[in-house]
Design a protein around this ligand. Structure first.
Ligand code: F6R
Length: 614
């Protein structure tokens, strides 16, 4: 996924573009570039690697660029062609008249490219974006104005795009358009800005317009005009956003990941607020718009998601099956979309996506929608693409997550799944004392999270010692098997250490062959669940192979001290609610190891915040 930004106004254009890109860094970061309309021509600057490289380049030519009238910028995460300066955006047409930045994928770019080559256009890069530049340039020959050239080019593009386009002959505007990729217009006072996401906009204005699919906007310094692809004028719908500029600051933390881990208690507190007022009253989840008789008679639920969101979905399965006794299938979206799945018009599909832009999940939801299924979307971005295919949107309201590794969005997704499972159980007439107790315990979770976070020095010091290992095995059972999977994923992502997760009972069926003093076993141990003793037995088997044992536990059992090398205590919690707490030490463990090893914690290599390719 990439980030795009465009600015027109009296302020320093390159500074604003670079600042905007800085706030979109989490979307992709293998190269960056900007194009400036300066001295009646378009100048393009690009750098490979971190945005700092482009900033350094630009800082040397401040006096040459300070009077630019407008510009567009891009931060890239390579999809078509390796990360180098030629493939970095902006891309210019071979006629040198049209310059484009693009987020998304053009599926038919090869055919278009062949066509354009036959017409005499040439290509320098391996990207699909250069095709857009040449295509618009070709249309410009006939339309003779940028807006119409863009409009005529768009129907020829198959796939997803958000584009900003400038033309060397038009010194007062740039043009933007989108389809299946986000684009937001910030309307300022004698200045306007566009970007893929709000963080790039909030420093300029809080008045925004969410551009819809197949709409084109002409952005001038003092006006914004929107038209649909068929040419009809669209009234401007400006909304005020409440996001603080702080939403993308580190607030004194060394990394966003640590800041975001520490935000979890308040996010959970806010999500509970107003939903559970009296533990004996039914839970409020007004966002669910599916008729109650449909919900009551559902014979199955399907959950689709990717990565960390998929792990949240796996916890959701335990919750829904336990509390509402309805079977739940959980599947990676990338698998669901390529098989004859059983979704039909009687199905309820829950799609979970922090970003709401993950290509596999979007395709899955579109497919499920086409089959007539009811769709509930759990997301942190109610303004994202996925919500356009949903009947009900459960906004987890975790605030912008900048660190590429998902932490706070995971616990917020979990909390939403607890609320949904209880709501669903109550709709099915299953409210009883147990559900009241669960609600009561949910209300205590934020304080217990704070207890874990108040002192992570123990985790920091073990992370330091354990960072020398090259392989870890995480084990869990029941509702904490997904916690083990999430713990292993976090460690892999931010520290590049191999970590695999298994159901603890599966250890003896193969993975045990890996064990020796070089492969630590990391477990979750919650007393009260039927497998507590079994997990201890699994750990003993590992100890007998000299593996180091680390556990996250709420147990007070002194005997554990003899078995485990490292015990990380969490507050007492029931097994069912424990995933909300047990994952936090795993997040901190991954964070501290990554930090200790000097890795790029917030922007791990090869990863981007939303994966907008299938
Ligand atoms: C892990 C992580 C990824 C995402 C996955 C799905 O830390 O961030 O595994 O969870 O790419 O992303 P969303 O939830 O945006 O659909």
């Amino acid at each position: 996924m990439c980030g795009i930004v465009g600015y027109i106004g009296d302020n320093n254009v390159s500074e604003i573009l670079l600042k905007g890109l800085d706030n979109l860094k989490y979307r992709g970061y293998d190269s960056a570039g900007i194009a400036l309309f300066n001295n009646n021509q378009i100048e393009i600057y690009k750098s490979v690697g971190k945005l700092e490289n482009l900033k350094n380049k630009m800082s040397k030519i401040v006096s040459e660029t300070k009077d630019s009238l407008f510009g567009i910028g891009h931060i890239r995460w390579a999809t078509h062609g390796v990360a180098n300066e030629v493939n970095a955006h902006p891309h210019i047409s071979s006629n040198k008249d049209i310059v484009v930045v693009h987020n998304g994928i053009i599926e038919n770019y090869k055919e278009l490219k062949e066509n354009l080559i036959e017409k005499g256009y040439s290509f320098a890069s391996q990207t699909d974006t250069e095709v857009i530049a040449n295509l618009i340039s070709d249309e410009y020959k006939y339309a003779l104005n940028l807006k119409d050239a863009v409009r005529n080019a768009l129907p020829k593009l198959k796939g997803a795009y958000a584009i900003c386009v400038m033309c060397k002959n038009e010194s007062d505007k740039f043009v933007v358009a989108r389809k299946h990729a986000p684009l937001i217009i910030g309307v300022g006072n004698n200045e306007n800005i566009v970007a893929s996401d709000l963080p790039a906009i909030i420093a300029i204005t809080s008045d925004v317009i969410y551009l819809n699919d197949e709409e084109i906007a002409v952005i001038k310094k003092d006006s914004v005009e929107i038209e649909s692809v068929d040419g009809s004028l669209i009234p401007l719908k400006i909304v005020k956003i409440s996001m603080e500029v702080d939403a993308v600051s580190k607030m004194g933390y060394k990394h966003y990941m640590l800041k975001e881990i520490n935000e979890q208690p308040n996010i959970v507190r806010n999500l509970l607020n107003g939903r559970i007022s009296d533990v004996n009253a039914k839970i409020k989840l007004d966002e669910i718009k599916i008729p109650l008789d449909i919900l009551r008679n559902l014979s199955k639920i399907q959950i689709i998601a990717c990565g960390t969101s998929l792990h949240a979905g796996l916890v959701g399965k335990y919750l829904i099956e336990d509390l509402a006794s309805v079977p739940v299938e959980v599947e990676p979206a990338s698998e669901y979309i390529y098989r004859n799945n059983t979704t039909d018009a009687n199905s309820l599909v829950i799609a979970i996506s922090q970003s709401g832009e993950t290509a596999d999940t979007l395709t899955a939801v579109r497919q499920a929608r086409e089959k007539g299924a009811y769709i509930v979307v759990i997301t942190n971005r109610p303004d994202s693409n996925i919500t356009r295919y949903s009947d009900s949107i459960l906004n987890v309201n975790a605030g912008i997550e900048v660190s590429v590794a998902a932490t706070k969005s995971y616990t917020a997704q979990l909390l939403m799944l607890y609320l949904f499972a209880i709501y669903f159980a109550e709709v099915k007439g299953k409210s009883d004392d147990r559900i009241s107790l669960i609600k009561e315990e949910l209300l205590s979770i934020p304080t217990k999270m704070e207890e874990i976070l108040s002192d992570d020095s123990n985790i920091e010091s073990v992370a330091d010692k354990l960072s020398k290992f090259k392989n870890f095995i995480y084990i869990g059972r029941g509702v904490n098997l997904p916690t083990a999977m999430e713990g292993a994923l976090k460690l892999k992502e931010v520290s590049y250490i191999n970590a695999n997760a298994y159901p603890a009972g599966e250890l003896k069926h193969g993975p045990i062959a890996l064990l020796d003093e070089d492969v630590p076993i990391v477990s979750v141990l919650i007393p009260g669940y039927i497998t507590y003793d079994k997990i201890i037995a699994n750990c003993e088997e590992a100890k007998a192979r000299n593996a180091k044992l680390i556990t996250v536990t709420s147990s007070e059992d002194e005997k554990l001290k003899n078995l485990f090398d490292v015990i990380v205590k969490i507050p007492s919690v029931s097994d069912l609610l424990s995933p909300l707490l047990s994952v936090i030490p795993f997040q901190l463990f991954a964070y501290h190891i990554s930090n200790f090893l000097g890795k790029d914690v917030d922007q791990p290599r090869n990863l981007a915040k939303s994966v907008t390719v299938e």
